[in-house]
Design a protein around this ligand. Structure first.
Ligand SMILES: NC(=O)c1ccc[n+]([C@@H]2O[C@H](COP(=O)([O-])OP(=O)(O)OC[C@H]3O[C@@H](n4cnc5c(N)ncnc54)[C@H](O)[C@@H]3O)[C@@H](O)[C@H]2O)c1
Ligand SMILES: [Zn+2]
Ligand SMILES: [Zn+2]
Length: 383
């Protein structure tokens, strides 16, 4: 890999290789960019690992509207190698997991303490908090940073509030996944749904997000955890991380619903949809028993609608919950989940089945479209 000119400990600008999306729906391009020095309230992170999340693929394929050109990636971890003026935490040398949502602190959701639902997060402007961009190809060609963290780059400058220290000894690839899929899936079970011990749980879709739901269900003490995917290899990994039963989904959602009911005495108490397809969302709701809860974690392309029969939902007191970012409070949850990777409760390393370089990103997207690999991680070889 090309050497980088980022200098440890310094506050100077540098040149870094990064994955840039020139426009949504076009291939990511790996190119050298200028990275500014961190300004007030910002830190520079030398990236160690970035997961490839299906949300990146939604953006790459133009299923979500996002401004461009933009440096991609929102599931990363690295070492802080420079801090801007006024930054107390994190400190230079700390391993940090990056949060893709820094709350605005003033909107209605933030005032209620529901920071994970903040619609006005400055992260979603893909710029630093003061509105500037940190990547450029020259003075007149600014490049945005996806969710203000742009993890698919050898180094990134990010808001200090997005860089959450995790305990020493945490594997950087696991820390990266804590930045998105682990927090999203584990939090959906423990925080959004608050699954009680002894419940029956089903998880539909076993990528990094769904497998994290499975791990969360183990921690919650679920008595039955049924894992569903159309790819048999995913079912095997789900068993390794704690699923008690598996269903290989075919083309007929009604048959999957029937199999779920058979395995769980009439339907799982909680069904987590972790794909983002309207037919599996409808399946999740249709499979619920009386009093059951469907938790929607997967995200569809913009504008899609799903349908359900109203009478049984009301009559059976069934519930549908949306779960963004696993109701994350990153400063609290990231170190907690990292601690659980260290004590063995969260076997995050089992989710990672392909290590790649930045140049392999388009290949990784193609594999993800085919349903291959549970989580692919970009390793940054920086010596
Ligand atoms: N709610 C949030 O805050 C949040 C955060 C991160 C990701 N997401 C979303 O979660 C979803 C999953 O992300 P991921 O990175 O785990 O994706 P992924 O592509 O790695 O995993 C999806 C899995 O679903 C399986 N699948 C696809 N179609 C299927 C079908 N018809 N029946 C059964 N299985 C099927 C695939 O084989 C694959 O294993 C995406 O939509 C992503 O955008 C949401
Ligand atoms: Zn993600
Ligand atoms: Zn807010």
């Amino acid at each position: 890999m090309t050497p980088t000119s980022v200098q440890a400990g310094g506050g100077r600008a540098g040149i870094v290789r990064a994955a840039v999306l020139e426009s949504v729906g076009s291939p990511a391009i790996i190119t050298e960019l200028r990275l500014a020095a961190p300004g007030p309230g910002e830190v520079r992170v030398r990236m160690l690992a970035s997961g490839v999340c299906h949300s990146d693929l939604h953006v790459r394929d133009g299923e979500w509207d996002r401004p461009t050109p933009i440096v991609m990636g929102h599931e990363g971890a690295g070492i802080v190698d420079a801090v801007g003026p006024g930054v107390g935490s994190p400190r230079v040398g700390q391993l940090v997991a990056l949060s893709w949502l820094v709350p605005c602190d003033v909107c209605r959701a933030c005032r209620r303490g529901q920071v994970w639902a903040c619609p006005d997060s400055p992260s979603f402007r893909h710029r630093m908090l003061d509105g500037r961009t940190v990547f450029s190809r020259g003075a007149a060609d600014p490049i945005l940073s996806y969710c203000a963290i742009a993890t698919m780059a050898e180094a990134s400058v990010v808001p200090a509030a997005a860089a959450i220290p995790v305990p020493d000894g945490t594997d950087p690839a696991a820390a990266a996944l804590i930045g998105c899929c682990v927090t999203t899936g584990v939090g959906a079970v423990l925080k959004t749904a608050q699954v009680p011990a002894g419940s029956s749980v089903a998880v539909i879709g076993l990528g990094g997000v769904g497998l994290s739901c499975v791990m969360g269900a183990v921690i919650a003490g679920a008595s039955r955890i049924v894992a569903v995917d159309r790819v048999p290899a995913k079912l095997a990994v789900a068993r390794e991380v704690g699923a008690t039963d598996t269903i290989e989904a075919g083309d007929d959602p009604a048959r999957t619903a029937e199999a779920l009911r058979d395995l769980t005495d009439g339907g799982p108490d909680f069904v987590f949809e972790a794909i983002g397809r309207t037919d599996t969302v409808e399946l999740a709701i249709a499979a619920l028993p009386l009093g059951g809860t469907a938790v929607l974690v997967g995200m569809t392309p913009l504008g899609q609608r799903a349908a359900f029969e109203v009478y049984p939902l009301v009559d059976g007191s069934r519930r549908i919950l949306g779960s963004n970012y696993g109701f994350a409070e990153p400063a609290i949850d990231f170190p907690r989940y990292a601690g659980w990777t260290l004590d063995g409760r969260l076997p995050v390393h089992r989710l990672i089945d392909r290590h790649i370089g930045l140049d392999d990103l388009e290949d990784a997207f193609a594999a993800m479209r085919r349903g291959e690999y549970t989580r692919q991680v970009i390793d940054f070889d920086q010596g």
